[in-house]
Write a protein that binds this ligand. Sequence first.
Ligand code: FBP
Length: 547
Amino acid sequence: MKKSPLQKARAAYQPKLPIVLTGALKAVEGKPTQSVANQAEIKQLFPNTYGLPELHFEKNTSPAPGHAINVGVILSGGQAPGGHNVISGLFDGIKKIHRDSRLFGFLMGPGGLVDHKYIELTAAIIDEYRNTGGFDIIGSGRTKLETKEQFDKGLEILKELNIKAVVIIGGDDSNTNAAVLAEYYKSIGAGVQVIGCPKTIDGDLKNECIETSFGFDTATKVYSEVIGNIQRDCNSAKKYWHFIKLMGRSASHIALECALQTQPNVCIISEEVEAKNMTLQDVVNYIADIVAARAADGNNFGTVLIPEGLIEFIPAIKKLIAELNNVLATDEAAKVAPADLEDFIKAHISADNAATLASLPANVARQLMLDRDPHGNVQVSLIETEKLLSEMVGNRLAAMKAEGKYVGKFSALHHFFGYEGRCADPSNFDADYCYALGFNAACLINAGVTGYMSSIRNLVKPSVQWTAGGIPITMMMNIEHRNGADKPVIQKALVKLDGAPFLKFAAHRDQWAQGTCYIYPGPIQYFGPAEVCDQPSLTLLNEHKGK
Ligand code: FBP
């Protein structure tokens, strides 16, 4: 594979492992845990893996000899920078336990386990991918692992390859799968451990014990660089409003982090829109008022950050989606021919929801009605919210002009940043964090546990001071209504409106709206002083300051 000069230099980067993971270690058990909600139901569904204690690793003075072990690894869901380092950390971790340990990668996501598609990840392959972005080492996919047939089919190949543990690198849905798989294999005495690793650029897989998901740091730095470049452009030409949609299926962590990094004129936070019970028109009016106020100062330009998931948080649309999901999950709907599905849906939803549906542009309504990913999520990345909002803002400004409330010119440009950042080479933070997550997963396997997520904490400190351990996945679960039924799932972490990152944004946003206070973060730096290269996200820093 031909490499760029930066790739060559970057390949030599040695991720900084937390000191606690560098020598012999022992697992120390904490108190038994409970799920975040619905304790009785989750306990009943996970009788073998519920209530396990948290674990943390400490140095050990009398290490036990390690045994060779075969491990499988799966990359699941959307790409996130650092996935290759989780795998290289895992590889180095199991090799440290015993040099004859072997790592197998299942291809194209959880489907590879079920379909028995895999490769052995040798040292030569791993070395090609250290510190690189992407998931191309084995590919990723969104197959949902949920049926006994899938689990049993997977077990056939695990037995054939003598694999004793599977590491699933994924977001909330994929780690839910990991918990279900762990429970099933334990219940039948399969002798296969399952360990999860917290991945997603969306940043919504986090809680008290998982400080951040990997990939968020790099992706938001890439988006912030480009937003900064756009801001410099618009402050130079002074003639465009840029409507920028940012990935993050549900929560607005990405938009909030980018706002903290770049200080745009407007940033919408979906969780606030929901809390204030705002309509789409309320959001439009809010933006139009800022455009008009800037125009009054002679500033006919600006930036608007829009979280990808906004549409789902507008209460009326959220209600509509919930009913659509229920209707789509019925046996009756399953029998309807695709061409007749829209009419079927319209005939089966309430009058209120039908009115909301009719108020939306046809392409948005279609997306909400028909497109779902395998986990039942609306594919919000396909909805052009940035264009929808700018069109509505344009209409609102025209009405304000007619009333004499707006004097200015409004010319909008549109951007969607998502795929640009998901496969970037990991920042030093993500390179170190991911390597530690993978290495730590090997330590959890060696400790003999199953149904745990790899947990590396103390992340605002230099990486050598990070702590390491494992969190029972059932601890993060609650019951939610998905695809027409109540299911145990990992609770998504939304932006907290009383949390330090949002409060910091809220305290400054009026000033950023009227003034032009842009920050231009510039590109990720891999070599240079620590204050330039090793800074964690502002979300993480503010959350820690707020404690
Ligand atoms: P994960 O939750 O699997 O990490 O994926 C996150 C994400 O990047 C979202 O931000 C986005 O909505 C979605 O994936 C898009 O996925 P796809 O490219 O498969 O449509």
